[in-house]
Design a protein around this ligand. Structure first.
Ligand SMILES: O=C(CO)[C@H](O)[C@H](O)COP(=O)(O)O
Length: 214
């Protein structure tokens, strides 16, 4: 089943409540990018924003830590009743420790990798994760163009499910929209994270009815 996840980076933050209310019936979850201006060249609010979003909606929340030393922040995130924490392979030398800690607290753990990072770097932790997020843009900003080579990564990850006898999720984030969503799903992705594709989409109802449940 394909899930749609709204990346609030593309929302109008001055009207965050109405932005979320406008899309919440058409999506399955919200994606919050926490950026530190160091791991990625952009800054966002961390915990106060998560708290604000939790007060607005009951949608499940995926927190994507685009920060160096993500393990410094996992304890604090446990206070927020979130569905998932996504951690970059490039951001810590202790990825196994970070994943284990997240899972011990009954939160889904996803590992993610930048477009320039080969899949082989995450292979060792595949047996421990609930899912893999393929970054299909260089992280930091909404509204960038989908990097076509990401399709190969999605296909390989899909094949690895058999290799490892696992049924982990495959999420994709960056430049996904109405025109390429079908290709991304056919390659094996089951969670489509979209900023512009959801918050700036005048025909979200149509996209949602086409993709959800597929
Ligand atoms: O991680 C991201 C970019 O770094 C975001 O999730 C981003 O908001 C995706 O937006 P879009 O779908 O418009 O590319």
């Amino acid at each position: 089943m394909t899930k749609l996840s709204g990346s609030i980076l593309a929302a109008d933050f001055l009207n965050l409540k109405s932005e979320i209310k406008r899309v919440e019936n058409y999506i399955d979850e919200l994606h919050i990018d926490v950026m530190d201006g160091h791991f990625v060249p952009n800054l966002t609010f961390g915990f106060p924003l998560i708290k604000a979003v939790k007060n607005i909606t009951d949608l499940p929340i995926d927190v994507h830590l685009m920060v160096t030393n993500p393990e410094f922040h996992i304890d604090k995130l446990l206070d927020f009743d979130i569905q998932r924490i996504t951690v970059h392979i490039e951001s810590t030398v202790h990825i196994h420790r970070a994943i284990t800690k997240i899972k011990e607290n009954n939160i889904e753990a996803f590992v993610t990798l930048n477009p320039g990072t080969p899949l082989v770097l995450i292979e060792e932790v595949i047996p421990y994760v609930d899912g893999v997020l393929v970054m299909s843009v260089n992280p930091g900003f909404s509204g960038q163009k989908f990097i076509a080579k990401s399709i190969e990564k999605i296909k390989t990850l899909n094949n690895w499910k058999q290799k490892y006898g696992m049924n982990y999720s495959i999420a994709v984030d960056g430049g996904v929209n109405s025109s390429n969503a079908d290709v991304v799903v056919s390659a094996g992705a089951n969670i489509l994270i979209m900023g512009y594709g959801i918050f700036k989409n005048p025909d979200l109802e149509n996209l949602s009815s086409q993709l959800r449940g597929k």
